[in-house]
Design a protein around this ligand. Structure first.
Ligand SMILES: [Zn+2]
Length: 297
């Protein structure tokens, strides 16, 4: 029995055939008897398998009910099933490999049964203010047209690695009728800019051109009491590589937001070089500590 989009755990004996073509089984762990582009899987006698049936909408399964038991794995079952499966394959004894596989399996299972709660809404606000001659000017080189690219990069960073997805609340220009100067002060940010945040969104990102960030942040800032952050146009080239200086700072500040949402104390900075939020060189990579910190499991 298959509920569309659900996962199936087949226990005991022999194969399982599909009533209709052409969905395919995808294995959750290596060497589990399922291969890409096949419409069947192998379940050893007295064994079990854990697979996702992709494109299973409106598909009926036919199989020998005396010899095969099929269970759906629902969101609330993920933790129990993942532990059961890992304990079966790796035993109860704790090890690095067992812990890694458990995290991988959990992430894969949650990604299949994506809970809406892991989607966050984000708004983008682009500053216009006055120059010395009281003319309205754009403070940032970025525009709402850049937002689809921001979201794609953010979802490849947080969605693909931690199953946290961002959807757009909205992206608009706003105007402050003051000459705020070429570098926005922290005071002016709080007083004149933050009130323009999108109140319905989980998070608002402000693009303001340049900003007087603190020494430890350098190129942006997240305000936990307001759930907003700011990123300078140039990003932070000394800290990020490969053309990721701007999107890297955006991801860094969002990392602070995700920490804050989990009520984890401290700044969230760490000393694991090359990983997002590192005090040294950073990248868009998350390690398993970060994935654990960012997510509720
Ligand atoms: Zn930081």
């Amino acid at each position: 029995m298959v509920i569309p989009g659900a996962m199936d755990r087949a226990r005991h004996n022999r194969g399982l055939r599909l009533g209709k073509a052409m969905p395919s089984f995808v294995q959750f762990l290596q060497r589990s008897g399922v291969y890409a582009a096949q419409s069947f899987m192998i379940v050893p006698r007295r064994g079990f398998n854990l697979v996702c049936l992709r494109d299973s909408k409106d598909v009926g399964l036919s199989y020998d009910r005396d010899r095969l038991q099929v269970d759906d794995v629902r969101l609330e079952d993920v933790e129990r099933v993942a532990l059961e499966y890992i304990s079966f394959r790796y035993g109860k004894q704790k090890s690095q490999e067992r812990a890694d596989q458990l995290l991988r399996l959990r992430t894969a299972l949650f990604a299949t049964a994506r809970p809406e709660g892991f989607a966050r809404t984000i708004a983008f606000r682009f500053l216009r203010h006055l120059d010395q001659s009281r003319k309205v000017i754009n403070a940032t080189k970025w525009t709402p047209d850049d937002v689809p690219w921001f979201l794609t990069r953010l979802n490849w960073t947080f969605g693909a690695q931690a199953n946290i997805f961002f959807t757009l609340a909205d992206a608009t220009w706003f105007t402050v009728q003051k000459a705020l100067g070429p570098k926005i002060s922290r005071d002016a940010f709080r007083k004149d800019i933050v009130p323009h945040k999108q109140r319905g969104a989980d998070l608002t990102c402000f693009l303001v051109g340049d900003y007087d960030a603190t020494a430890t942040e350098a190129a942006g800032e997240y305000l936990p009491d307001e759930q907003v952050f700011v990123v300078v146009d140039q990003g932070n080239p000394p800290v990020f590589d490969y053309g990721e200086a701007f999107i890297g700072v955006m991801a860094h500040e969002i990392g602070h937001f995700l920490h804050h949402k989990r009520n984890i104390p401290g700044s969230g900075h760490h000393d694991r070089g090359g990983i997002l939020l590192s005090s040294g060189m950073e990248s868009l990579s998350l390690d398993k500590e970060l994935v654990g910190d960012f997510t509720a499991w």
